[in-house]
Write a protein that binds this ligand. Structure first.
Ligand code: FER
Length: 310
């Protein structure tokens, strides 16, 4: 092959492959389409020396209801949002023995691109995880708010084929103001909670993991504890996540990042970890042996919930 021809092939490869390179991927601003999402999930997984477990998986039964363990209560909160112009719904986990005579810290727990306010409770079984941890004294009694992170007038989970669309993804970005201006106020008006950054955590899975990083690190005065489990390509570029590195070093009580080593989206969190490491931002980086699935998210909620509010 002559040199000119080879150059032409290289140029063509650049044009066609550019949308799938980590540079554009990491920037998270790409159009969301089913094809792009498929390509993102199918990215080759390259593991580096840091991409290992920080913790073993949870002991078996950690997300099953256990005999003798008092169960928290899950109820629905409705709140008015001027972002969507609708009455919105969130699931609220109240720890066993919840009493308005005490004050509780609050974890905002966000779902994935196809999910809704029921995903953590249903698919992941977050309530049982919290019940068991709290009963064992391994987690502080806390309120867990599981909102619908798709801030659209119609916020139902889209039908198959409409999940990876720019419209659906836009709802997850709009949720930032819904959360900050409407949901938090509604939670703090109804429940007996502490209302400061030391007692507010935000975490999420996949699309919700990207939201937790974007909104949690973007609003350090609001959230002291941040967890991102398998964050999706909606994650802002690492250098935009933490514009004030000095403040971040001081302010973030816990920054917890995890992903499965079988998850095609792992390059998103690898990019965040590399940036945090480069800039000496203390964080947990837990790479477990799961995929983009509930086993990883349940295990990482188990570890994250034990490390917040203390
Ligand atoms: C993408 C692939 C996956 C994407 C989002 C996701 C924003 C989200 C996955 C999930 O929430 O499970 O390209 O683009």
């Amino acid at each position: 092959m002559n040199a000119k021809f080879r150059k032409m092939i290289a140029a063509l490869a650049c044009i066609f492959l550019f949308p799938f390179t980590s540079a554009s991927f990491a920037h998270g601003q790409e159009q969301v389409t089913p094809e792009r999402a498929r390509a993102n999930f199918a990215r080759p997984i390259e593991l580096g020396p840091d991409d290992v477990r920080a913790f073993p998986d949870a002991p078996s039964g950690f997300r099953d209801a256990r005999a003798g363990v008092p169960q928290g209560q899950v109820e629905e909160l409705t709140y008015e949002s001027r972002i969507t112009g609708t009455l919105r719904r969130a699931q609220i986990y109240l720890p066993a023995g919840y009493s308005p005579d005490r004050k509780y810290p609050v974890l905002y727990l966000l779902h994935g691109i196809g999910g809704n306010q029921d995903e953590w409770r249903g698919y992941v079984r977050a309530s049982a995880i919290l019940d068991n941890l709290i009963a064992d004294g391994k987690a502080v009694p806390m309120i867990v708010v599981m909102p619908n992170g798709r801030a659209l007038p119609d916020d139902r989970s889209p039908p198959e084929g409409k999940v990876f669309t720019p419209e659906n993804a836009a709802g997850f970005a709009k949720f930032e103001r819904d959360l900050l201006d409407f949901l938090i106020q509604a939670v703090e008006a109804k429940y007996s909670v502490y209302a400061d950054r030391e007692h507010r955590a935000i975490a999420g899975l996949s699309m919700g993991g990207g939201q937790a990083l974007n909104f949690g690190l973007g609003h350090p005065d609001t959230f002291g504890w941040v967890g991102a489990f398998s964050p999706a390509p909606n994650t802002r570029p690492p250098e935009d996540l933490l514009p004030d590195l000095k403040a971040a070093r001081k302010q973030v009580a816990l920054l917890y990042l995890s992903c499965g080593n079988r998850d095609g989206l792992i390059s998103v969190s690898q990019g965040v970890h590399a940036y945090l490491k480069q800039h000496d931002i203390p964080h947990v980086w837990n790479v477990d042996d799961h995929g983009h699935d509930g086993d990883s998210w349940a295990n990482n909620l188990y570890h994250f919930a034990q490390r917040i509010f203390r």
